[in-house]
Design a protein around this ligand. Structure first.
Ligand code: OOG
Ligand code: MG
Length: 267
């Protein structure tokens, strides 16, 4: 693509371009190549504008996701702090469905600890213990991330604008009250085409996934939002993500939260 004339990009045009890339399954270079001023707060402004557009076109807000909460993810993506993005019902993948290749560009799968909220959680100043007290149930999950940027190359501003590479997510078969688990020690094995390629425990996520939930509540408070009762919270990839091309099969095996199977589907 020809370089854009300087000054072409602002919150509105970046938001429109990102939704168009998503709808057309088109990847692009990161905006910060041309607009270094796209910082994290500007990225959040883009994210919020596109949430409004998603809701306008009939999607429902169902929760939030955290990005880059584990060292494995931060190192791979080259962005060294966590951030928050929106989940709508259009991103819910029914259990047993394959990776929705027909609407994604270059899907990758990552294991996540997922919370369903029993109570509203409003920052600032939320601690891990307060956050966990608001959780109704804990699930294992698979997030199918899909960056609109070529080769997943981005800065913090780019990826916040891109709703943290949101694509789809599916939750596992077992939901437990948080009191029944030691989440720091809950492990996951990542199995790709029958071979275990990676593993981690919940401690990989900020020391405890409840810390990620607290972080989300405190970060959202800066943006004027709370985490609502009934919302789903994806606490962030515990390991690096794995590619999930057509024909692949990914399984995520959790200690107490069951296994999540994802077929790569057809191209
Ligand atoms: C950014 C999305 C990060 C996670 O769990 O860390 C994310 C990316 O890796 O493309 O969903
Ligand atoms: Mg994720």
């Amino acid at each position: 693509m020809a370089g854009a004339p300087a000054g072409r990009w602002d919150v509105e045009s970046v938001a429109a371009e990102l939704l168009a890339c998503e709808d057309e399954r088109r990847e692009r270079e990161p905006f910060t190549d041309e607009w270094p001023g796209l910082d994290l707060d500007t990225g959040y402004a883009v994210q919020d504008l596109n949430l409004a557009k998603r809701l306008e076109r009939g999607e429902k807000l169902v929760g939030v996701k955290l990005g880059l909460t584990s060292r494995a993810k931060q190192q791979r993506m080259g962005v060294h702090f966590p951030f928050v993005a929106w989940l709508t019902d259009a991103m819910v993948l029914p259990v047993g469905d394959p990776v929705p290749q027909d609407r994604l560009i270059h899907p990758r799968v990552e294991p996540e600890i997922v919370f369903v909220m029993g109570e509203r959680l409003e920052g600032p100043g939320i601690t891990c213990a307060q956050a966990m007290a608001a959780v109704e149930s804990v699930w294992g999950g698979a997030e199918v991330i899909d960056s609109r940027y070529k080769d997943f190359r981005f800065t913090a501003g780019d990826v916040a604008a891109d709703n943290a590479s949101s694509g789809a997510f599916v939750t596992g078969p077992v939901g437990l009250p948080p009191s029944e688990l030691d989440l720091a020690l809950e492990a996951v094995l990542v199995e790709v085409d029958g071979v275990v390629t990676d593993s981690a425990t919940g401690a990989a996520v900020q020391g405890h996934p409840g810390e990620a939930l607290a972080l989300a509540a405190n970060d959202l408070a800066r943006r004027g939002h709370a985490i609502e009762a009934g919302w789903v919270v994806l606490t962030g990839g515990m390991t690096d993500a794995v590619f999930a091309p057509p024909g692949s099969s990914t399984a995520l095996h959790f200690t107490n939260l069951g296994s999540v199977f994802l077929a790569g589907g057809e191209g």
